[in-house]
Design a binder for this molecule. Structure first.
Ligand code: NDP
Ligand code: OXD
Length: 309
């Protein structure tokens, strides 16, 4: 079987080496823009090249080296019959939980403030922090959201979660569907976004959403930039509805130099690093899935094209 490795972001040498070892029976070909058609059946992608399906229209299955598949849906020439398989956790969920804990405790435990006090050589203990004052709401309760929610439960925070379908996770107050969205928000002060980007979730972090949260709320967004209405965040912070935000993902990445978020003291920015795709774990999972796909066995993580994730 011929497999095309196509990423505009990952260093191909690291990945090709591991893929060749994990799938010795396959021919792994590296993507080259403008090269003759390779005849590959399968593509393994992350941040895929724009012309992937124009140059290689015969591709029947795409294995994504990340969880979010939104970039694949944006490509011209994607056939409705192409199978898309996403990465499931593979070591990312714990990284996302770690990121969220760091972002929340910076604010709730005053670590941001202590940094400023250190700069002024001031020894000024702040009042004790009570976790009950920082109820966490996790948007998206899939592979990653569940791990994030469970992590905060273990740390003693009140935790709610919101998904499309009914979930039952010990210690987490679970809400689902549009009907329960407002109730979910009304019980959350720290809103953590780990939703996939779909037509239904685009712009979900907007003025109405922020206004429905508990007072002095905080946003941590690790899903996708298109979830956030950027101006609504700035306004909510200016009005004191939100006390700040930590953002890992943006509508335009890299975030343009001229973007006002860079200079906003209440917004902490990271360059889409909340979780990295770990080469060993990712290749092991994708290789297993490719073997199952080739043997006509059930493959987990196939994207439901009607839901978009
Ligand atoms: P999953 O598919 O496992 O989980 C998605 C969750 O979102 C599910 O709980 C699903 O509900 C819920 N959901 C989807 N659509 C809706 C909707 N319309 N209304 C309510 N809930 C909805 O995905 P993962 O947890 O693996 O990944 C989530 C996202 O995290 C990725 O798509 C990606 O965008 C982002 N990500 C970001 C990274 C970073 O470094 N910044 C790294 C990795 C991922 P249900 O359970 O009912 O299906
Ligand atoms: C992902 C990501 O979706 O890293 O895996 O953003």
């Amino acid at each position: 079987m011929k497999i095309l490795f196509a990423s505009t972001m990952f260093d191909p040498n690291v990945w090709l080496n591991l893929l060749n070892k994990a799938l010795p029976e396959c021919e792994i070909i590296q993507w080259q823009e403008g090269a003759p058609n390779t005849g590959a059946d399968i593509a393994i992608v992350w941040s895929p090249p724009e012309k992937l399906f124009i140059q290689e229209p015969q591709i029947r299955a795409v294995f994504n080296m990340g969880a979010g598949v939104d970039a694949i849906f944006k490509l011209d020439g994607l056939s409705k019959d192409t199978v898309i398989v996403r990465l499931e956790d593979a070591g990312m969920a714990v990284q996302m939980a770690e990121y969220a804990v760091h972002a929340l405790t910076n604010v709730a435990r005053d670590f941001d403030l202590y940094q400023q006090l250190q700069d002024q050589t001031k020894w000024e203990p702040q009042p004790d922090m009570h976790r009950s004052r920082w109820p966490v709401g996790v948007l998206g309760m899939g592979k990653i959201g569940t791990c994030v929610a469970e992590t905060f439960v273990n740390l003693g925070y009140p935790v709610s979660g919101w998904a499309r379908s009914e979930r039952n996770i010990p210690g987490v107050k679970c809400f689902y569907g549009q009907d329960q969205f407002k109730d979910f928000l009304a019980s959350s002060r720290v809103l953590i976004n780990v939703l996939p980007l779909t037509p239904e979730t685009e712009n979900i972090l907007n003025k109405d959403t922020f206004n429905s949260l508990l007072p002095e709320s905080y946003l941590i967004s690790m899903g996708r930039g298109e979830h956030l209405v950027e101006e609504d965040l700035t306004n909510a912070i200016d009005k004191g509805k939100l006390i700040g935000a930590t953002l890992d993902v943006f509508r335009q990445e890299p975030l343009p130099q001229s973007h006002p978020y860079w200079k906003n003291k209440r917004i902490r920015i990271t360059p889409h690093i909340a979780a990295a795709s770990l080469p060993e774990e990712t290749v092991a999972q994708i290789a297993d899935k490719i073997k199952q796909y080739a043997a006509n066995q059930t493959v987990s993580g196939i994207v439901d094209r009607s839901r978009g994730y």
